[in-house]
Design a protein around this ligand. Structure first.
Ligand SMILES: Cc1ncc(COP(=O)(O)O)c(C=O)c1O
Length: 367
């Protein structure tokens, strides 16, 4: 059986280094917000090309804390509208609601699965204050167009990069340039940079925002037992930070293996029943997922399973059709709904062998 994602095999490669880290954290006697978290925050900020990185409990909290941080700074107010793609993992929409903001859903492009920038302006009202961009499946959204729309309408940009580690590198902004963006990362085990449990981070060049989030993640407190804000407990765990420090130096190499596999799928899968994902090669896609479309998706998934290939569906139900969002259930987003009916994610990971890729391609071509 070819697993969709073999996490054991992925992490086994780092076992000795993880054991070393465990020993060193154990012996340090300091288990919350210690050296490993600080080191990871510096390493990840450097890796992303941003001035600041704040480690938090998970990717969802990273998003929520960005919004709450902007609320504390007076840049957002409860009840403000936030544009978000209709085609995303539910966490993006939930994070907006958790911060008492209002999600306004926008259709994606069928080819890229990412938000269609041309449909954003018609959704902008006097209450719209931000765009939450999601770089879905590891492919960057059309940031040039989105940045221009945001600048024209004085909107903040928040980026959900839970699936896109390594797709973005920002040059450090000059001291005079206005920092307007913040990015939320998840280190959920299955992500391109995955921990051995939950983890997340915010990156930004905005010193004020970084400072507020640093406090918000720790009960709104900077100095012990003095609470400036109504915060939460959402700190990046010291051990998870230690494990992430081990894995980060290999992230680019692992993303490259994903790209090699993606290129093979794109050039060698040849079956009229299957639509391959669009990849603009100027876009630094990190292929968190390789998502194909087919009309009889469930049939193809069963066929692959019978041949020993595990696949997954990201995602079977769009956010606006989830029971949890009853007030959104009446909305209609035909492109989003079509995507959810037709998508299937093929195995792709740094430990998938070329023989396994050969096999997957030949089985798909015989479907
Ligand atoms: C697009 C997207 N946003 C947010 C999240 C939330 O991350 P986490 O599971 O770490 O809370 C995830 C992953 O789970 C995700 O895929």
């Amino acid at each position: 059986m070819i697993k969709f994602l073999d996490l054991k095999k992925i992490n086994k490669r780092y076992e000795a280094a993880f054991q070393e880290k465990l020993k060193s954290v154990l012996e340090s006697g300091w288990y919350i917000l210690g050296n490993e978290v600080v080191t990871f925050e510096n390493n990840f900020a450097n890796y992303c090309g941003t001035k600041y990185c704040v480690g938090v409990g998970n990717g969802f909290d990273a998003l929520v804390l960005i919004f709450k941080g902007y609320i504390q700074l007076g840049k957002l107010q409860k009840g403000d509208e936030v544009i978000v793609p209709a085609n995303t993992y539910i966490a993006s929409v939930l994070a907006i609601l958790e911060a008492d903001l209002v999600p306004v859903l926008v259709e994606p492009k069928l080819e890229t699965y990412n938000i269609n920038p041309d449909l954003i302006p018609e959704k902008i009202t006097s209450k719209t204050k931000a765009i939450l961009v999601v770089h879905l499946y590891g492919q960057l959204a059309e940031m040039n167009k989105i940045n221009a729309i945001a600048a024209e309408n004085s909107l903040l940009i928040v980026e959900d990069v839970a699936q896109g580690h390594g797709a973005i590198f920002e040059e450090l902004q000059t001291p005079n340039s206005k920092p307007q963006t913040a990015k939320a990362f998840s280190f959920y085990p299955g992500k391109n940079l995955g921990a051995l449990g939950d983890g997340g981070a915010v990156t930004t060049n905005d010193a004020e925002l970084a400072k507020v989030i640093q406090s918000l993640r720790n009960y709104g407190s900077e100095a012990k037992y003095q609470n400036e804000f109504v915060g939460v407990n959402s700190r990046l765990d010291e051990l998870q930070a230690a494990f992430l420090n081990v894995k980060l130096p290999n992230l680019d190499a692992e993303n490259n293996i994903r790209r090699v596999i993606a290129k093979r799928y794109l050039s060698e899968i040849n079956n009229s029943k299957i639509t391959l994902p669009y990849w603009d090669s100027s876009n630094n896609h990190v292929f968190h997922l390789f998502v194909i479309r087919t009309e009889n998706r469930d049939d193809l998934q069963q066929y692959l399973l019978n041949k020993g290939i595990q696949t997954m569906i990201h995602y079977p139900i769009p956010p606006h059709k989830q029971k949890a969002f009853e007030s959104l259930n009446h909305l209609s987003f035909p492109i989003t709904e079509k995507i959810h009916q037709e998508v299937l994610s093929l195995p792709i990971s740094p430990v998938l062998t070329m023989e396994e890729v050969d096999f997957i391609i030949s089985i798909l071509n015989n479907y």
